[in-house]
Design a protein around this ligand. Structure first.
Ligand SMILES: *[C@@H]1O[C@H](CO)[C@@H](O)[C@H](O)[C@H]1NC(C)=O
Ligand SMILES: *[C@@H]1O[C@H](CO)[C@@H](O)[C@H](O)[C@H]1NC(C)=O
Ligand SMILES: CC(=O)N[C@H]1CO[C@H](CO)[C@@H](O)[C@@H]1O
Length: 452
């Protein structure tokens, strides 16, 4: 009010009356308007009386003092305070959760938590807390729990690590399959932070039982514990014994479901084939023992031919298959001669042995000839060779063949000389006359002989 003192008195009174709310009396402090708060008691503030400032919920007084005194000057001391929005302290830590960095938390602020790696938000729980009007944080229940992996149970197998009621992030599980099954995949898996198993949960696959054992032999799977689909085992026999059958079998499936060995195991037996003997024949390779499976090839001595198969193999029953061949002597077929025949009908056979010799003679009116010359011999021979052929057979030629041949040679030579056709015709006519004269001479001779 001191500020008004310099004003004219009447004006001052008007102003004071105007400033004082209706019903206020002289000697009292004015009721101050306080936003977001009020004074208690609410009226009759005589000089010297005190009042207490009460802020609305969520508001706090500015300054430390909330007790006010009404001074005789009509003012309040301290000066009429204000209520400002309050703040919450830092939100509480939540297990396995973090929040965004934030420093100011006025009333009404919300803070959202999120779960750390390996933890998952509990279903149907809100991860949000709010700064309440009484400057506390709304209650936050447990919001993060360890991430769970689904139960890793497998068929035809079990966990060998201690079994748990539930499997959370970081858990390791080891597996083993039942007898008759093999593990496909990783034997050890771990629950990952995203709730999956890594590596993926394995499975147990059927296996074949141990392969059959055989007397006097063994298989390659003796140190193998499991025989999965596709595995092959090889059999071998004790020294000196022969393996009869397929030397290996493998684990397979006929119906796509059950597994079984591909066939029966082989047998180990003593198998000795007799030394193969082929008369007049030879054997390769040269060997002294003839066990199961041994193969030999045969060939015959000269003059003999192989009848049967050239190769034979020792069988499981001790026999040779195909049967051993024989060596038969090579034979020459009956020789056929043009214009000639065998001298003795006793010599006539269908087949002739090697070294057999036959004697020929020419038919009547023919003679043996060599290179066009007529030979005076009246018999010649041929010999059956070891390869089934005859030595070259002799040739018989008609007696007068020589004259005709000479003529043909002559005509041929004339042709080759390039004699013109007209001249050639003349020559041939002379030739014809010559031959006719010759023919007449012969006839005349014969006539003379008959006359004589
Ligand atoms: C704050 O307010 C809430 C709800 O209005 C109440 O549940 C809680 O108990 C209060 N806290 C204190 C410390 O008064
Ligand atoms: C044929 O004769 C030759 C020579 O005399 C002889 O070496 C060979 O052994 C004979 N062959 C036969 C099958 O008699
Ligand atoms: C509310 C209250 O107490 N009002 C009182 C204020 O003072 C006057 C005069 O002393 C009283 O008449 C009111 O009743």
């Amino acid at each position: 009010m001191r500020a008004f003192l310099r004003w004219p008195g009447q004006l001052l009174a008007v102003v004071v009356l105007a400033l004082q709310p209706a019903g206020t009396l002289e000697g009292q402090c004015r009721v101050p308007g306080v936003t977001h708060g009020q004074l208690k008691p609410a009226q009759n503030f005589t000089y010297g009386s005190t009042a207490t400032l009460e802020c609305d919920a969520g508001y706090v007084p500015v300054g430390a003092t909330t007790t006010l005194r009404c001074l005789s000057s009509g003012r309040w001391y301290p000066w009429v305070p204000a209520c400002v929005p309050g703040q919450c302290p830092s939100p509480p830590a939540v297990d396995h959760a973090d929040r965004n960095p934030q420093r100011e938390f006025p009333v009404g602020t919300t803070v959202t938590y999120f779960c750390r790696t390996g933890y998952t938000l509990v279903p149907e729980v809100s991860p949000v807390t709010t700064c309440l009007k009484n400057f506390t944080w709304s209650v936050i229940p447990k919001i993060c729990e360890k991430t769970r992996c689904p139960s890793p149970a497998i068929q035809h197998g079990r966990e060998i690590s201690p079994q748990k009621a539930e499997y959370t992030f970081g858990h390791q599980v080891d597996f083993q399959c039942d007898a008759g099954y093999t593990l496909r995949g990783s034997q050890r898996i771990q629950c990952w932070s995203d709730g999956t198993w890594r590596p993926p949960v394995p499975y147990c696959d059927k296996v074949c039982g141990p392969p059959p054992k055989i007397a006097n032999g063994q298989h390659s799977g003796l140190r193998t514990e499991q025989f999965p689909y596709g595995l092959e085992v090889k059999y071998s026999c004790a020294e000196g014994l022969s393996l009869i059958g397929d030397d290996s079998i493998y684990c397979t499936s006929d119906d796509g479901v059950n597994l079984a060995w591909s066939g029966a195991a082989p047998e180990c037996r003593v198998v000795r084939c007799p030394r193969p003997s082929v008369e007049r024949g030879r054997m390769t390779p040269q060997r002294f023992t003839f066990p199961y499976g041994a193969a030999v090839q045969f060939s015959c001595d000269e003059g003999f031919v192989l009848r049967g198969d050239a190769e034979s193999r020792c069988q499981a029953d001790g026999t040779w298959q195909p049967p051993l061949p024989t060596c038969q002597p090579v034979l020459c077929p009956q020789p056929h001669m043009v214009n000639g025949r065998l001298k003795s009908t006793l010599d006539s056979k269908m087949w002739y042995q090697t070294n057999a010799t036959v004697t020929f003679e020419c038919l009547k009116g023919y003679h043996f000839s060599d290179n066009g010359d007529v030979s005076s011999e009246d018999s010649r021979t041929a010999t059956c060779l070891p390869d089934g052929n005859w030595t070259p057979l002799p040739k018989c030629k008609q007696d007068r063949d020589t004259d005709v041949c000479e003529e043909i040679h002559y005509i041929g030579a004339v042709f080759e000389c390039g004699v013109p056709i007209a001249e050639l015709k003349t020559l041939l006519e002379i030739q014809k006359l010559f031959l006719e004269i010759k023919k007449l001479k012969v006839e005349l001779e014969n006539l003379n002989k008959s006359v004589l």
